[in-house]
Design a protein around this ligand. Structure first.
Ligand SMILES: Cc1cc2nc3c(=O)[nH]c(=O)nc-3n(C[C@H](O)[C@H](O)[C@H](O)COP(=O)(O)OP(=O)(O)OC[C@H]3O[C@@H](n4cnc5c(N)ncnc54)[C@H](O)[C@@H]3O)c2cc1C
Length: 492
């Protein structure tokens, strides 16, 4: 028989991902009692399956690599790339915090920053990765919290915030998804950090009605279904810039789920070319980001494509999903299984046969590939049609050939719950709702819309970790512990 489990604490946190764990660490450091409620059996959220890369400016790792960077330079790139809807105040707050309050702080909790990678829109290399990617980052932070006796309560699906007569948030309720037991929590302050809504395609389409009749794939963490947005708006909070959804295109449906809603992102097949339903290339595939390839595929009619590869081109391919990886290492047998079984991946021993299986006009497709192959015969550095640099690619000459059907995949939410700079959720009058804080992707990564329409990459995980810290510190302060968030901005 289902029972009710009651908990009481200083700071109660919904969600054990990037923002939730950081909120817990800082609230705990301020002296507050904390409890983290996590919907799934394991904590980590989207963050633990992420690339583990953060956009950080002026770090010791950049200095070691000889990269000259500063928060000012990063801010200029950020605003140019994100456009007029990027939140300047939060962007500056975050970027000035990246050296000490993110890079240095995470190191103190056991995170090791190992390398850096260029990303579209950045004038210098500033995407910096944790050892073992998101898995390494989150296992270090979770271990650090648990070492301090920090508690994470799994299988706890929180559904509703509770408020007193004045509107102050006093806790929340939910249930244990395994036992059905009710959960009732009272707290002096609540941090809502349950991630975004990109694993809820109906909600994505609600905010992107132009895609209503198209196939769009779900691509965030399994728990990112918009629970926080629903809870907070019901409690009087507001959402903003909800149509700012960051799509990727190198994604194919996960055939293991019969509804084919969930997408799998593949990486490290630079030789691939995108072919539209008319059998033609339409883009420089080396530009595969959310601000380049995504608008290109969304402009196709219909908005999907085939990523065409030959056998050697998939030697290093990786699938960014826990089933296809052990920790950070790709599982080749599982990847082969995907190629053999997915109805969205066609295999053929000739390009002729491949065109037939893709259902595109054979002559158009064969001419397209022949023109692309000729660039290699002519020893060109770039393909003449779309300017793709050919250094990392090869001509199509080794069967079997594959065509992976790719669709727009909703990965990250750049809009969300509106908060002030202390991560206090604001109501329609832009006044804080007492006792209520939000951080991470539910808050468009930080504040509501820190990125604007486009992100420099690393600008999701980084701000989620950072805003989690800010929310946890101020929630602890509201509960009578600590001074609130005291950072060490890196300014020149
Ligand atoms: C495959 C992948 C790769 C990525 N790579 C990068 C990268 O390299 N760099 C980058 O900047 N960004 C990256 N991102 C985005 C980044 O991981 C997220 O933006 C970030 O993790 C958001 O942090 P969060 O704490 O808000 O949400 P999450 O990390 O998703 O954590 C939210 C947690 O809340 C739980 N939860 C949800 N609803 C409830 C509920 N009702 N009750 C209780 N718990 C609940 C979820 O189960 C989850 O554990 C990637 C995302 C994905 C999916």
């Amino acid at each position: 028989m289902a029972t009710t489990k009651k908990y009481s604490t200083d700071v109660a946190i919904i969600g054990g991902g990037a923002a939730g764990i950081c909120a817990a660490l800082d609230a705990h450091a301020a002296g507050a009692k904390t409890l983290v409620f996590e919907k799934r059996s394991e904590p980590g959220g989207a963050a633990i399956i992420s690339g583990g890369g953060c956009c950080m400016a002026g770090t010791p790792l950049q200095e070691k690599l000889g990269i000259k960077d500063s928060p000012d330079l990063a801010f200029d790139d950020w605003m140019k790339w994100g456009g007029p809807t990027a939140d300047q105040e939060w962007a500056r707050f975050y970027l000035e915090g990246t050296r000490h309050d993110l890079f240095g702080w995470a190191e103190k909790h056991g995170v090791v920053w190992v390398d850096a990678k260029p990303q579209e829109g950045n004038s210098v290399v500033r995407w910096q990765r944790a050892e073992k990617s998101g898995f390494g980052l989150m296992t270090a932070l979770i271990a650090s919290y648990q070492k301090k006796d920090g508690q994470i309560i799994p299988d706890s699906e929180i559904t509703t915030l509770t408020q007193d007569k004045t509107g102050r948030v006093t806790g929340f309720v939910g249930h244990n998804s395994k036992t059905g037991d009710k959960i009732e929590v009272t707290a002096k302050a609540v941090v809502v950090a349950p991630g975004g809504f990109n694993s809820n395609v109906e909600m994505v389409k609600q905010y992107k009605p132009e895609l209503k009749n198209e196939r769009v794939l779900e691509g965030s963490g399994f728990g990112s279904t918009g629970d926080g947005h629903r809870m907070i708006t019901k409690a009087g909070g507001i959402v903003t810039h909800m149509d700012h959804v960051w799509f990727y295109v190198y994604a194919t449906p996960d055939y293991r789920y019969p509804d084919h809603k969930r997408g799998l992102v593949f990486r490290l097949a630079p030789g691939n070319i995108y072919i539209n339903a008319q059998g033609k290339r339409f883009h420089n595939e080396a530009l595969s980001g959310g601000n380049s390839a995504s608008p290109a595929i969304l402009a196709q009619k219909p908005p999907y494509a085939w990523a065409v590869v030959d056998r050697p081109m998939i030697a290093k391919i990786e699938i960014s999903d826990p089933y296809y990886k052990h920790e950070d290492t790709p599982l080749r047998d599982k990847i082969e299984e995907l190629f053999e079984n997915s109805p969205f991946i066609k295999t053929a021993s000739t390009l002729d046969e491949l065109a037939q299986k893709m259902g595109v006009d054979k002559k158009t497709f064969l001419d397209t590939v022949a023109r692309y192959n000729k660039a290699f015969d002519d020893k060109l550095a770039k393909d003449p049609e779309f300017g793709k640099p050919l250094g990392a690619s090869k001509k199509f000459d080794t069967a079997p050939y594959y065509a992976i059907q790719i669709f727009p995949l909703a990965r990250k939410n750049f809009g969300g719950v509106k908060t002030d700079k202390q991560c206090r959720v604001v109501d329609k009058h832009y006044e804080p709702i007492p006792g209520l804080y939000a951080a991470g992707e539910v808050a468009g990564m930080a504040g509501g819309h820190i990125n604007g329409r486009a992100g420099l990459e690393g600008t999701m995980l980084g701000p989620s970790l950072f805003s989690g810290r800010v929310a946890g510190s101020w929630a602890a302060h509201a509960a009578g512990h600590g001074k609130g968030f005291v950072g060490k901005p890196h300014r020149e």
